[in-house]
Design a protein. Structure first.
Length: 109
């Protein structure tokens, strides 16, 4: 199956070339969790490319997905990507007990 999309003027060819890798990495990671419908997941690295894709995909899978951001500005971007909730300026250890350990998705920026 082939797909084609126009590259926006603001995206370089080098940047565009990496998008399928990031998107597929996020997809394969989320697939490890099986059916995500109704699951509550915490995605770290939310402001990076993988985290951004993971929030979009988790949202489409109807999972309740929570992201982590350093400040309000970055939190807005995480919400725009599809997160239901964002933890701002906290360490994971304060919030991780709310999640099934299998559904803690870690992406390093």
């Amino acid at each position: 199956m082939n797909f084609i999309a126009e590259i926006p003027d603001t995206v370089s060819y080098a940047q565009a070339a990496t998008l399928p890798v990031a998107g597929l990495s996020a997809l394969y990671t989320l697939r490890k969790g099986g059916m995500l419908l109704g699951k509550r997941i915490l995605i770290t690295g939310s402001t990076g490319v993988l985290g951004h894709f993971a929030h979009q995909l988790a949202s489409l899978s109807e999972a309740f997905n929570v992201g982590i951001a350093r400040n309000d500005e970055k939190a807005k971007k995480v919400i725009e990507a599809g997160a239901n909730e964002v933890i701002i300026g906290e360490y994971i250890s304060k919030s991780v007990e709310k999640f099934d350990p299998f559904y803690l998705i870690v992406f390093v920026n």
